[in-house]
Design a protein around this ligand. Structure first.
Ligand SMILES: *Cc1c(COP(=O)(O)O)cnc(C)c1O
Length: 407
């Protein structure tokens, strides 16, 4: 074969709904030398990572660690480890990622119940409570921020509702963690998972997770340790978890004091996840949330200043992404291609009913920055102009600058 050139990607500003441009400090951390799986330096870095993510998740859960794989690995590990065949699961669906929870829970052979609101809206807690009372699920599985619609579901009442009806609460916080307030313990969320490629400012490939003691008890009641590493006094209990790789009972023993061998921890991704959390804690999590709020507000003002219409209930929008309606007559794919070719900027469309109808523009992680916002708005103006849209000259940048001037 002819050997390809070394990898040399073009410079890009990733302003879509994720993945976003990784913080260069995270990329540098990934280039650190490898150490062995049980080297004290490695286990020390693992313990530090657990402590850092306890701060990020606002939790005192001992079981706070990483699942290797993208965010979906964390989601799937949570559901497959909690759900036994026939268990009832309730999913409030308000976008694509709610459908993903349904799909995964079904593959776990759960009896899945859903409630839905139209895309662009969120649920009143009373609506969720009524469904919990009716279905009496073992697990209520909720997405915090659904990037498909940009909506952020209010979570603070759900833990208390779940406790009253003896349900476990699972939350996919991939899109929101680090850029929107999230309080695992105060909100009573039993299992939370995330990914690095949104507000945490890293590459995809690691899924931080935290698990409450009562969820740990449910998972541990199904512990089956593999033949070959099992001790004589390791009893097999409950229905085995239907995945080996995503078996949280075994993964907890790998991260815990027993250091029982499971997979080989993805060392470079551990470095990345550790650095993402370290940077966040160093900045101050509330400061990072406020930064996402500010730059999200500037982007919202900017697209409005260009004369574009925003999709969905803006009151419930995540800080870090906005969906704008694509103006009539503008070809979605050609316009995004022009953003990429002429300006090196990536923005995204959405899925399903919103595919080709909205653009999603993110201001998250490393890209929740003034220059990234202003440059994107300036480029978007020129691209829209190129497709014959009569946008206010300089209207986007000016409106965003007004927001910054008042901040
Ligand atoms: C982006 C996103 C994911 C992504 O999952 P990956 O496996 O990392 O691609 C999952 N859930 C939500 C809510 C997201 O916004």
């Amino acid at each position: 074969m002819s050997v390809p050139e070394p990898i040399n990607p073009p410079p890009r500003l990733l302003m879509g709904p994720g993945p976003i441009t990784a913080d260069p400090r995270v990329l540098r951390a990934m280039a650190a030398p490898l150490v062995g799986q049980f080297d004290p330096a490695m286990t020390h870095a693992m313990s530090e990572t657990m402590a850092l993510y306890r701060a990020v998740f606002y939790t005192s859960n001992e079981q706070t660690f990483l699942v290797d794989g993208t965010s979906r690995a964390g989601i799937e590990a949570s559901l497959v480890s909690l759900i036994e065949p026939g268990d009832r699961v309730l999913v409030p669906v308000f976008g694509r990622f709610g459908h993903l929870l349904v799909e995964i829970a079904k593959r776990c052979a759960a009896e899945v119940h859903t409630i839905e609101v139209p895309w662009g809206e969120v649920f009143e807690p009373e609506l969720i409570e009524a469904a919990v009372a009716r279905v009496r699920p073992k697990v209520l599985a909720v997405v915090h921020g659904d990037t498909a619609t940009t909506m952020r579901q209010p979570m603070s009442d759900l833990g208390e509702i779940c406790r009253r009806y003896d349900a476990l609460l699972y939350c996919d916080a991939t899109a929101t963690l680090g850029g929107n307030s999230f309080r695992t313990d105060a909100w009573g969320v039993d299992v939370v998972t995330a990914g690095l490629q949104k507000c945490l400012g890293g590459p995809s490939g690691s899924a931080p997770i935290t698990i409450s003691p009562r969820a740990v008890a449910v998972i541990d009641a199904r512990k089956h340790i593999e033949e070959g590493i099992r001790d004589a006094d390791d009893v097999e209990r409950g229905t085995p978890i239907a995945s080996n790789y995503l078996d949280l009972a075994q993964i907890m023993d790998y991260w815990g004091p027993r250091r029982l061998n499971h997979h080989t921890e993805a060392t470079s991704m551990l470095y990345a996840a550790r650095e993402c959390a370290r940077l966040l804690v160093e900045e101050g999590i509330e400061h990072a949330v406020a930064r996402h709020e500010l730059h999200g507000r500037a982007m919202l003002a900017g697209v409005t200043g260009l004369g574009l219409d925003v999709f969905g209930d803006v009151e419930h929008k995540m800080n870090n992404v906005v969906a704008v309606r694509i103006p009539d007559g503008v070809p979605d794919d050609k316009a995004r291609a022009a953003m990429l070719a002429d300006f090196g900027i990536e923005i995204g469309t959405s899925f399903g009913p919103l595919a080709g109808r909205v653009w999603r523009i993110g201001t998250m992680g490393y890209n929740a920055r003034t220059d990234a916002v202003l440059v994107t708005l300036a480029a978007l103006e020129q691209v829209l102009r190129g497709f014959g849209v009569s946008v206010t000259a300089g209207g986007g940048v000016a409106a965003a600058k007004d927001v910054y001037a008042d901040a």
